[in-house]
Design a protein around this ligand. Structure first.
Ligand SMILES: Cc1ncc(COP(=O)(O)O)c(C=O)c1O
Length: 301
């Protein structure tokens, strides 16, 4: 049965005006409400300039809107803007960690723990890392109710060889929700880092990145009513500061000479090249839309 509030909500999504269209694939990508479409159009029509390089009024305007977008996005999940790195999608965010953190911290004989219910984007980067450095993957089994066992996690962690526990917050395969706070605590106690894939959690439930406490938390903009082309990596400052850049080039530098380069501060050190500027503004509008529905996810800072 369709309720009046569901009908009213559907009016926010222009695509749903199409006769006979019933959209049931939001876990793959969500449709976009009018406020997000308007924010994208308004930015591109009236405020568009590159960021971090101009001092003329339009460039300052674009900078201000881009920075505000990052702040809205970070606040939505209880994260700090400086520890909120804008990527192309969740997949790139995980690759950033597997390359930048992984190559420096995982070696021959080490292990990485995943669950059997991961999206490919939280499997393949770790497989690649393991084959490159001679590490192994350990798979947390999923039982008939879709749950993993914390006892098995403890068994995996017991020999001290695990360097990373990378698990989904909410499974795209089963919809089950993992006890991520507990997983992070157990991983850290065993000397392992943690990465939580929040791509299906952030659209569905309140997420407080700071309270979860993982070393890395990733998600993707297009599943929370935002545009494609933007993903997020929240990292703990000390981890991010210790990591080398992933991609290099413009914008991620502080100084460049013919001989050497010094890197920019966080988060820009990990944002090489022109970032998804309009998409950041659009995702800011998307999280504002979610907040306006009364889904209170934002932890007060
Ligand atoms: C749990 C999960 N992780 C990661 C991803 C990858 O997201 P993206 O394709 O935006 O990188 C998806 C997309 O379906 C997902 O469901």
């Amino acid at each position: 049965m369709t309720t009046a509030s569901q009908t009213a909500l559907a009016l926010d999504f222009p695509i749903l005006e199409q006769e006979g269209l019933v959209y049931l694939d939001s876990a793959a990508t969500s449709q976009k409400p009018r406020v997000v479409l308007d924010a994208l159009e308004d930015f591109l029509a009236h405020h568009n300039a590159n960021v971090h390089r101009g001092v003329y009024p339009l460039a300052i305007d674009a900078d201000t809107r881009f920075n505000a977008g990052r702040e809205q996005i970070a606040a939505f999940v209880g994260a700090q803007p400086a520890e909120t790195i804008i990527t192309k999608n969740a997949t790139e965010a995980i690759n950033l960690v597997s390359y930048s953190w992984g190559l420096g911290n995982v070696g021959a004989g080490d292990a990485i723990v995943l669950t059997e219910a991961e999206h490919h984007s939280n499997i393949v980067p770790w497989q690649q890392l393991c084959s490159q450095v001679g590490a192994e993957l350990r798979w947390l089994e999923v039982d008939h109710e879709g749950m993993i066992s914390l006892d098995q996690l403890d068994e995996f962690l017991a020999d001290g060889r695990v360097k990373m526990v990378a698990v989904t917050h909410c499974s795209n395969v089963l919809g089950t929700i993992n006890p991520v706070e507990e997983i992070v605590v157990r991983a850290r106690a065993a000397g392992a880092a943690s990465l939580i894939d929040g791509s299906q959690a952030v659209p569905q439930m309140p997420v407080d990145v700071d309270a979860i406490g993982a070393d890395f938390y990733v998600w993707t903009g297009h599943k929370v009513y935002g545009p494609t082309g933007i993903g997020l990596l929240h990292g703990r400052r000390e981890m991010l500061e210790a990591m080398p850049p992933f991609l290099t080039g413009g914008d991620m530098i502080k100084t460049v000479s013919f001989d050497q380069t010094t890197f920019n501060e966080l988060p820009f050190k990990f944002e090489a090249g022109t970032p998804p500027i309009a998409e950041t503004v659009g995702l800011g509008a998307a999280v504002g839309f979610l907040a306006s529905l009364g889904i209170e996810r934002v932890r007060a800072h």
